[in-house]
Design a protein around this ligand. Structure first.
Ligand code: GLP
Length: 261
């Protein structure tokens, strides 16, 4: 694991977008795992800008989102499908048929989850997975007690997540209480992972995720098991990291980061 601390939210998002763009340039048919949430909005804005201004080409990319609410039709403004269409897919040259999210309206949700796993496998697995972290410590919607080897399935959302996300719904009580989410094991199968964490409200959960013991109570701690994970955060989110100085030293001195400093 590497932890890269940037001075502010904009710089952290810019580095995240740059690393994604470089991966697409290296492998034009990249299989990209995507996340939603407020944190990702500036990353997607930058990727859209790179497409418009620099011709970043998404035409051969395939994308798999981490999760979707159960019971929200795709065209509901609060569905993650709408989020992705509005903030990224409609602004770039990706083929909509190559953009996958679990279908939270499927008649047989267990079968839909199984199919989602099969689709990821049929595309050759996820090359690069983008992640945020919830205040409950979830990645995707892997709430506390999610098995570290779990696969795509239905999860009940916990109180912290409902408090975090319900203000986006009008009225807040409309927020679904269940979601389909890639499992922790599904996420750990990605070849590379970038988790972006910004803002003071994430400082405590970031410190626990990076420096705390691995536990199914905080699914983000499972990233400690992954061989190629980069955590990108801003100063505000890094505030409670005990070994901040070491992470900064690595970024400032290791040759692989020379072009990014
Ligand atoms: C959401 C999503 C996660 C996301 C997280 C953080 O509920 N299921 O994939 O990373 O919570 O959201 P935000 O960026 O709004 O803090």
């Amino acid at each position: 694991m590497e932890v890269i601390i940037r001075p502010n939210e904009a710089a952290a998002a810019a580095l995240t977008a740059r690393l994604i763009a470089e991966s697409i340039q290296d492998k034009h048919d990249l299989v990209l795992g995507l996340a939603t949430g407020r944190t990702m909005e500036s990353v997607y804005a930058r990727l859209a800008e790179m497409h418009k201004n620099d011709g970043l080409n998404f035409s051969a990319c395939r994308t798999f989102n981490l999760d979707e609410y159960v019971g929200l039709p795709a065209d509901d403004p609060n569905s993650y499908r709408s989020y992705m269409n509005d903030r990224l897919f409609n602004l770039i040259n990706i083929d909509p048929r190559n953009t996958y999210l679990p279908d939270g309206m499927a008649e047989d949700l267990a079968q839909e989850c199984q199919l989602y796993e099969e689709r990821i496998e049929a595309c050759g697995g996820i090359d690069l997975q983008l992640l945020g972290v919830g205040e409950s410590g979830h990645i995707g919607f892997n709430e506390p007690l999610s098995a570290l080897l779990s696969r795509t399935r239905q999860k009940a959302l916990n109180k912290v997540t409902i408090a975090q996300n319900s203000p986006l719904f009008d009225p807040p009580s409309k927020m679904p209480r269940r979601a389909l989410t890639m499992g922790v094991g599904t996420i750990l199968d990605a070849r590379r992972i970038i988790m972006l964490v910004t803002g003071a409200n994430k400082a405590q959960i970031l410190a626990k995720s990076v420096e705390g013991p691995i536990t199914s109570m905080i699914s983000a701690t499972a990233l400690q098991l992954h061989p190629a994970t980069i955590i990108i955060c801003d100063e505000a989110a890094a505030a409670k990291l005990e070994h901040k100085e070491y992470y900064n030293w690595v970024f400032a001195n290791e040759p692989e980061w020379e072009l990014y400093r």
